[in-house]
Design a protein. Sequence first.
Length: 227
Amino acid sequence: MSGTATKRSQKIILVGPPGAGKGTVAKSLVDRYGLCHLSTGDMLRAAAAAGTEVGLLAKSFMDKGALVPDSVMVSLIEERVQQPDCRTADGSPAFMLDGFPRTLPQADALQARGLAPDLVVFIDVPGDAIVRRLSGRRTCPACGNVHHVEFAPPKADGICDRCGGALVHRSDDHEATIRKRLDAFELQTSPLVQRYGAMIERVDGTQRPDEVMRAVVAVMQRHGYAG
Ligand code: AMP
């Protein structure tokens, strides 16, 4: 009997305050394990840039640091997780959600559709560290690369090192908006930590990025991922 074999966690959720480094962790995990990565923030920004109805509606909330209504978010995710790249060969759901759920009703919606997570990775960073990180962040809309004026400055001011694109200061990365996003996290998202309870693996997100990654990989290994 192979009672010690670990069943692979297939429905993974990354939770953490804005700026905790979820996006960076997610990208590394995709490279390493080829997961179907769904970032609701990226999806909304792409929709806003394309000028779709949902995108423009979402932008009006995002620019204020507020959460986009649950109904909009649930339909967005519901449609996306049906796609074949978020299914295993036998059709079971397999994905890593980054930025969803962010409220209890969103968590309920996943549960009701049989999509409740089997692993929740919580990247923990205190609020004051977040403000310093996010207000200095400069993002490249062309390739997704992220610089920081203090911690990872580009070689040429305002220019992405990776692709030469013009870096932007995201409208929701300005200090007043960051504080609102942190409030939204405390009020609306932190109750998820209680909801998911023992399913949560907490990682200290204040460590160096390579240390954060090492800790996350250790979690993944405990949940059935090799390497
Ligand atoms: P992020 O890039 O994940 O920090 O998301 C940027 C912004 O998109 C958030 O501040 C929200 O306005 C919006 N957003 C992303 N995901 C969600 C979600 N699950 N529920 C509500 N709003 C969201």
